[in-house]
Design a protein around this ligand. Structure first.
Ligand code: SF4
Ligand code: MG
Length: 283
């Protein structure tokens, strides 16, 4: 199945988001997903445009609300492959409350955060992942806020699948998304996706020199929260690969009596007399 659309891209030439889109398309093909049973729930930001470029169901929701919307879609129709996709502002500022609870709830969806350490759509302000000292129009003397560490939060918050990819490293990123989709629970994939227009510090060249690829370290085993946290702290989260995974039973399979049949396919017949009774309350 082809997941490409005819929509002309809106992103700046060279934006890392092109790499995330390419890897996501490849991953959907590799897992045998079908456009008619795939749903992309996209947030607000440059990254949120990704839903327009993928041939599937696409819900472009309000700022920060990708996760509750995606979990709602999955719980209503568990036959769908559901992916939530947003940026670092959407995920870790306005969406942070939802993020922490999605981690412990473990609904079977895949969450891809396109992290460029800046607000691109609104023309370059500090984001929750901006480094201390990062200069923008709104932080002319350099940011003084401690950056959020999303991977450590995810591991500590109870996530059952945590990974980080880099938009330029396509085979690894594609593999991480494939495994995230296959993971029976909440899969959190932070993707370093450089903004070439508003972030001249965290560039492709900088990441290529700085990132440590866990796939090249045979001693690393992504099966211990303590080891994952220690490695993330040592490297200031500048790693790519699978960071942590554990056997998982998704939330929806733990709800007693929750039908295997998607809610959307159930017969929700409401008796006419009962319906009239309900309506009377609003008269
Ligand atoms: Fe990409 Fe930055 Fe341009 Fe947005 S502003 S499309 S994040 S390069
Ligand atoms: Mg951003």
């Amino acid at each position: 199945q082809d997941f490409k659309t005819q929509e002309k891209s809106w992103w700046c030439p060279g934006c890392g988001d092109f790499g995330v889109l390419a890897a996501l398309e490849k991953a959907l093909v590799e897992v045998g997903a079908d456009p008619s049973t795939t749903a992309i729930i996209a947030g607000i930001g440059c990254s949120g445009k990704i839903g327009n470029y993928i041939n599937s169901y696409n819900l472009h929701v309000t700022h920060g609300r990708t996760l509750p919307s995606a979990m709602g879609v999955k719980l209503a129709n568990r036959d769908l492959t559901v992916l939530a996709v947003g940026g670092d502002g959407d995920a870790y500022a306005i969406g942070m409350g939802h993020f922490m609870h999605a981690l412990r709830r473990n609904v079977n969806i895949t969450y891809i955060v396109m992290d460029n350490h800046v607000y691109g759509l609104t023309k370059g302000q500090t984001s929750p992942t901006s480094e201390i000292g990062f200069h923008t129009k709104t932080s002319p003397d350099g940011s003084i806020d401690t950056p959020v560490h999303p991977l450590m939060l995810a591991v500590a918050g109870g996530a059952t699948y945590v990974a980080q990819g880099f938009s330029s490293w396509q085979p690894q990123l594609t593999h991480l998304i494939v495994e995230g989709i296959k993971h029976p629970g909440f899969a959190m994939i932070n993707v370093i996706s450089p903004c070439v227009t508003y972030n001249r510090v965290n560039t492709y060249e900088w990441y290529k020199k700085t990132l440590v690829n866990l796939d090249e370290d045979p001693s690393y085993r992504p099966t211990s929260r303590a080891i994952a946290l220690a490695r993330l702290e040592e490297t200031d989260e500048l790693v790519t690969g699978l960071i942590y995974q554990e056997p998982s039973v998704p939330y929806e399979d733990q709800i007693p009596g929750f039908s295997k049949q998607p809610i959307v396919n159930q017969n929700w017949h409401v008796d006419a007399a009962l319906w009239n009774q309900i309506l009377e309350h609003f008269e």
